[in-house]
Design a protein around this ligand. Sequence first.
Ligand code: FES
Ligand SMILES: [Fe+2]
Length: 316
Amino acid sequence: MTSSFPFPVPNGWFRVGFSDELASPGVHPLHYFGKDLVLAVFEDGTPQVFDAHCPHLGAHLGHGGVIDDGALRCPFHGWRFAPDGRCVGIDYAKRVPATARLRDWPTRVRNGLVWVWHHAQGAPPSWEIPQVDVVGDPDWTPLVHKRFSVRTHIQEIAENTADPAHFAVVHGFSQPTDLVITFDGIHYRSTAHFDAPRADGGKIPSTLDVAWYGLGLGVTRSTGSLEIAFLGTGTPVEVDQIDYCFSFTVCHARGFSLESGVGKAAVDEAMRQVQQDIPIWENKRYIARPQLCDGDGPIPRYREWARQFYSDPAAV
Ligand code: FES
Ligand SMILES: [Fe+2]
């Protein structure tokens, strides 16, 4: 916890990897949620996240651990762990201790990304990451990932969507018309029409549809000069340090691509806009009881929605 943000790391699904890392077996060290972890990719391409440190004598499995015959093998004394975390072999022992296991984290592959379930008390997943319809759709391009880091709490980033007033001041949009913001279980969504800024200084009528699934996935769809979508995935490295990624796709039915022309300009514009947010996020302070005006979005309702992602909602 920090003085700027009075909340812990929230519960939910967070991106920890990319599907193209699953092409060959191996072990990757990770650091998320303030913890040392490893992503093991087994021979059949199945990923599994574990605690990094071996329960035997504490070696880091991400530094020298290998995948060996369906198990993750520790570099220190060679204990072997199955994908469910059980120790299944010790070459120099007659008996494997019954309680020897590595903590396994619920792990999924969805939308071209690898996800883990973080829960402060270790509870199992209470919902699943949805399949985003445009990812893998033959009319849409493969994802292009743009990664960056932000020194803030993940709840502050998702609050942007419930804050239409900043779109004009920070990003140069018009005030939105037809703004609708809905909250439904782990899902929260905002749709609006704006005149959005263009790279040449002009404006273009656009629709913006942002759908959040927990705090770890926000799917933005925008139509204007083209149809583009991106998955925004923010994973807490520490409670106040976010590894963020925008994974873009564009509908190429009319010949658009992400590498050139208006497709590339739209990616550059999204990245330019988030660069406008970052200094505000990195230097702001969370005001628990903000002074709001009638033109503000439903900030208190958003914060009430976000409370469901903490094990002790009364504390946040
Ligand atoms: S520390 Fe892992 S096998 Fe000994
Ligand atoms: Fe913003």
